[in-house]
Design a protein around this ligand. Sequence first.
Ligand code: SAM
Length: 166
Amino acid sequence: MGIWSNTDFPYQCLLDFKRTITFQAAIQAIVKQGDIVLDAGAGSGILSFFAAQAGAKKGYAVEVNTLLASCLARSIQANHLSHVVEVIPDDIHSTQLPQNIDVFIGEMMETGLIDEMQVSAINALRERNIITAKTRLIPFQYETFIELGFTDFNYYGYKVFAPKHD
Ligand SMILES: C[S@@+](CC[C@H](N)C(=O)[O-])C[C@H]1O[C@@H](n2cnc3c(N)ncnc32)[C@H](O)[C@@H]1O
């Protein structure tokens, strides 16, 4: 299974103020004191920090990109959150985690849930009972739209079949 990651993407997310404060409000509303929280595709770690702020007892911040994960480890220390947030540099589909997580936060939602595989990640967590019917999901719903388009794949005289985001 291919993993899609981009070291610049979490920074772009961080700069998206509306997105980020909307997540913060959802996390404040959903996370209860003492919850165990999983942040899938933690990136900068900002959503795990919000979970700690909301009262989470433990946050597992899983990030597949090792550079991002090492930056996140520094951020956790800098924010004195080592007692709550643990960074796990691994693929969310297969990493070892405790079962029955209280809250799942997942922002691996690039391009219609396809590239970053949020759906397959959630399914893999369900299969292993890491998240269950009792787990509160943030977000718990996603709307996407698909439209047929045309492309001829010709670039500079070559056929190029790279993924495209138009
Ligand atoms: C769109 S960014 C969001 C970052 C952060 N959650 C936020 O909301 O600011 C998604 C992150 O998920 C990570 N990611 C993608 N696939 C992953 C996987 N299979 N396991 C763990 N992390 C993954 C990427 O490396 C990227 O850092």
